[in-house]
Design a protein around this ligand. Sequence first.
Ligand code: TMP
Length: 203
Amino acid sequence: MRGVLITFEGVEGSGKSTQMLGLARWLRDQGYPVEQTREPDGTPFGAAVRRLFERDVTPLTQALLFLAARHQHVVERIRPWLRARRVVLSDRYTDATVAYQGYAGGVDPEIIRELNVRATGGVLPDLTLLFDCDPSVGFRRRGGRRRDHFERQALGFHRKVRRGYREIQRAEPKRVRLIDAARPADEVAAEVQAIVGEFLRGA
Ligand code: TMP
C-alpha cells in the first residue's frame, strides 16, 4: 500500500480529535502502520506559532502563520511518513485555513487554496472527514475548559466556519466526506470506520 494522508476537520467540539484517536487504535489493531499528528502544533515550530495567536492579528497574518507551520510540518513529518508508506492521520490541515481564515475570516479562499499547494509542495489530503454539526453543539460539549483565541470567537464566526467547510465539501465531494457529528459518538465511529476501511482497501 502507498502512503495515505487522512485529515480530520470540523468546528470546535465536533468530536474530530476523539474520533481520530479511536480510528488510530482501530487501524493499528488491523495491522496498519499509523502516524497521528495535528495542526498547528505537529512540530515544535508549529507549537510556537500557536502561542502567537493570543495576539490580535489579522486573518491574513493568521493564514500566513498557519501556512508556515504547515510547510514545516510537511517537510519534517508528513512527507517522510508518506514516503515510508504510513497511514498519516492529521487533526486539521489545509481545509482549516480555507474555512477559518478564508470563508470566516474574509481572506479570498482561492488565494489560500493556492498558498496551500505551495506550502505543502502538493501534499494534499487523500481523504478528509468533515465532522459537521452546529457550533452550539460543540460549545456545549467543550464545557468550561479554558478557551483559545478561536474558541472565544462569537457563535456567528463559527457558523461561518461551518458554512465554509460545507462549501469545500460541496466542491470536492469525493475527497471530503460529510459526517453528521451531532449523533452519539459510537454511531459516528462506526461510520468513520466504514469510510476509512473502504478507502484503504482501494489504496
Ligand atoms: P484545535 O486544537 O481546537 O483544533 O485548535 C486549532 C485552532 O486553530 C482551532 O481553533 C482552529 C484554528 N485553526 C485555524 O484557524 N486555521 C488553521 O489553518 C488551523 C490548522 C487551525
